[in-house]
Design a protein around this ligand. Structure first.
Ligand code: IYR
Length: 233
């Protein structure tokens, strides 16, 4: 990997020029200790829909985005943009537009089966998290590369790449003490308009970030046990 201080530039079509990778191997006992601790910490993560309005240290969010941006991606094209929205007016605009769509969704667009699947989660069309949380991370997929001169180039496995990056973002936020919610208002086209994003970017999710409200409640969910999610052959 190039030095972190070297700015990114497209390498499309350049030859393979490997560099050595020799991380110090972690002793097995240390791996076991760390994985057990991480497993317990990750099991404490909950999706939060009621946020405190308290500010959060911005650097924590920036560090989490930097963690997310270490994600592997198709052809290492890193097809993501994270828009950090702090401005209360823009958050209000996003909330108004999201609630307008969600109202239609919850009033029937989702259909009975989908609404039944959501009922145990207690979601509805009111999206207070979009204005209560002190920051929103709006994640965009770069569906293709758009050069400064308008050149377009295909991006590969964009859904997978951005999904992995968002997973890493959620882990980083949680392990740094912040709560988050992956909110996917549908349709999401309004986000590109409100945030003035270029034509190659498509909204993937809105992620409010903050602390849970003092009276925050979450659904009483049960996670699948390890033996229900793993198959060993
Ligand atoms: N986008 C809607 C509905 C919704 C859909 C799923 I799948 C969820 O897991 C939760 C909500 C909303 O944000 O309310």
């Amino acid at each position: 990997m190039s030095s972190p201080t070297q700015p990114w530039a497209p390498v499309h079509g350049q030859p393979y020029r490997p560099v050595p990778y020799r991380p110090v191997r972690m002793p097995a006992q240390e791996s076991l200790d760390r994985s057990a601790e991480l497993r317990a910490r990750m099991d404490e993560r909950r999706t939060v829909r009621r946020f405190a309005t308290d500010p959060v240290p911005e650097q924590v969010i920036l560090d989490a985005v930097a963690c997310a941006a270490t994600a592997p991606s198709g052809a290492h094209q890193q097809p993501w943009t994270f828009v950090l929205v702090k401005d209360p007016e823009i958050r209000q605009q996003i909330r108004a537009a999201a609630e307008q769509e969600e109202q239609i969704s919850y009033d029937g667009r989702l259909g009975d089966e989908w609404l039944a699947a959501l009922r145990p989660l207690g979601t509805d069309s009111v999206k207070t998290h979009l204005t209560d949380a002190p920051a929103l991370l709006v994640v965009f997929q770069q569906r293709y590369w758009l050069g400064p001169d308008g050149t377009k180039r295909k991006h590969y496995y964009v859904d997978e790449s951005v999904g992995i990056a968002v997973g890493m973002l959620l882990s980083a936020l949680h392990l740094s003490g912040l709560a988050a919610l992956v909110h996917t208002p549908s349709p999401m086209r309004f986000l590109g308009h409100v945030l003035n994003r270029p034509e190659n970017e498509k909204a993937f999710a809105v992620i409010p970030v903050g602390y849970p409200a003092a009276d925050c409640e979450v659904p009483d969910l049960v996670r699948k046990s390890l033996d229900q999610v793993i198959v060993e052959v």
